[in-house]
Design a protein around this ligand. Structure first.
Ligand code: SF4
Ligand code: F3S
Length: 104
């Protein structure tokens, strides 16, 4: 599966949702997540994210993000159409440590 990571927080560009063939993105206040049991591993969303927030869970150290994507995709609403990113999105692009600072 692919997972959404720290870099999405406060950016939420939502380009990813437009290309997913199985509509498996879910939207929280500060970030999106992927439902790992719905993701078919096609990889088309990865290059679409301007924040480079989407990664395959085969990369090292992503267990926390796999857990988080699994948990919140069961709670948050599905999102299938892109929308305007938050006004401050570009300021938060590439910022370090966003999970600790902003995720609640
Ligand atoms: Fe959707 Fe493919 Fe991205 Fe999985 S890898 S979330 S199926 S676009
Ligand atoms: Fe987030 Fe990137 Fe999608 S910033 S909303 S994962 S395009």
């Amino acid at each position: 599966t692919y997972v959404v990571t720290d870099d999405c927080i406060k950016c939420k560009y939502t380009d990813c949702v437009e290309v997913c063939p199985v509509d498996c993105f879910y939207e929280g206040e500060n970030m999106l997540v992927i439902n790992p049991s719905e993701c078919i591993d096609c990889g088309v969303c990865e290059p679409e994210c301007p924040a480079e927030a989407i990664l395959p869970d085969t990369e090292d150290g992503l267990e926390k993000w796999l857990e988080l994507n699994t948990k919140f995709s069961a709670e948050w609403p599905n999102i299938t159409q892109s929308k305007e990113p938050p006004a401050e999105a570009d300021e938060h692009k590439g910022e370090e440590g966003k999970f600790d600072k902003y995720f609640s």
